[in-house]
Design a protein around this ligand. Structure first.
Ligand code: AMP
Length: 317
């Protein structure tokens, strides 16, 4: 017992902020009813694969089942910062994927309790080393940064919606983060540059020293100063549901960095491989199903496939 609590004390702490939601998803193959979703949920389930002491900061309504909250607690994810609003309704998002399974249309977004979300980081987690700011209003993300006492790494994920609707707030918060994760089209929109190399440079000038550009089934790019690294996505026979892959990637990236407490570029290269590996599982079943039941052994086995996918030898003599 004593050694277990000691172990907990020395684990890196990770604060996760993001939506905890109900989703309804349609793909060309199938569709779901209301299922568990949300960026914060995917990030938490992915980060749980690592030895980290994590806490999810979010808000739900009284329609949110206790069994979903238990799903976090059972995995050791602290829920003291998961506010339950009496008489409130949980955030709801629904989307339909096109035949390419890459692009999608948002059918409905009901902000509900997210509309007036005032995030409260539990006191015990304000000294966390790593903060993962999932895709939410930039001022909510800023509110979380302001509660942290000595973060070593702040990672921010965002999307075009905030660039269209709250660009100045977004620009303000990104001056305060170390890493931004963003998809390729959003990187182009934010920077006004088509080349992703130029886009990453322009975004670095806005604040974050490190830029991760997610390219869906085409992998992810990591930029820091003049350094550049690429992690492929695992080519899969069938993608069942891509929802949450980007958030799973973010959870894998920050989970690995919080576990290792090494924020060097060299270690970030490993982190994006771990991140891509976890994202490859996420898309194999609807919603969070695959992540909920993912075994450490399966993760390890697939990492070996990743290694083989990218290893080659060229005789340069
Ligand atoms: P991804 O597929 O990685 O873009 O993430 C999908 C998840 O993001 C879904 O589970 C949604 O519940 C959540 N989501 C979609 N739109 C928003 C939004 N405007 N704010 C917060 N979360 C959102």
């Amino acid at each position: 017992m004593e050694s277990a609590s000691k172990e907990k004390e020395i684990m890196g702490k990770l604060v996760i902020v993001g939506s905890v939601a109900f989703d309804a998803i349609e793909t060309p193959i199938d569709k779901t009813g209301k299922i568990l979703g949300g960026a914060g949920t995917y990030i938490g389930l992915a980060a749980h694969q690592f030895a980290v002491d994590s806490a999810v900061v979010s808000v739900v309504g009284n329609d949110f089942p206790q069994e979903y909250i238990d799903l976090f607690s059972e995995r050791g994810i602290n829920t003291d910062g998961l506010e339950v609003v009496k008489d409130g309704k949980t955030f709801f998002w629904s989307g339909r994927y096109h035949n390419d399974m890459n692009s999608r249309d948002t059918l409905e977004t009901q902000l509900n309790v997210l509309e007036n979300f005032d995030p409260q980081v539990p006191k015990a987690y304000r000294d966390a080393e790593v903060v993962m700011l999932g895709n939410l209003h930039p001022l909510v993300q800023l509110g979380v940064i302001e509660q942290m006492t000595a973060p070593k790494l702040i990672v921010l994920d965002t999307m075009n919606f905030w660039m269209d609707n709250a660009l100045n707030d977004l620009k303000r918060v990104i001056t305060k983060v170390d890493v931004i994760t963003i998809n390729d089209e959003e990187a182009r929109q934010l920077s006004g540059e088509h080349s992703l190399v130029k886009a990453s440079r322009a975004i670095q000038e806005m604040g974050p020293k490190t830029v991760v550009i997610k390219k869906g089934e085409h992998g992810a790019l990591l930029f820091q100063g003049d350094e550049m690294f690429f992690a492929p996505a695992l080519p899969l026979e069938e993608v069942f549901d891509p929802t949450g892959a980007g958030d799973t990637f973010a959870g894998g990236f920050t989970g690995y960095l919080a576990q290792t407490e090494d924020y060097s570029f060299k270690n970030m290269k490993r982190a994006i491989i771990y991140a891509s590996n976890l994202a490859s599982f996420c898309v194999e079943e609807f919603g969070t199903e695959r992540l909920q039941n993912l075994k450490k052994q399966e993760v390890k086995k697939r990492l070996k496939v990743f290694e083989k996918l990218t290893q080659f030898h060229i005789d340069l003599t």
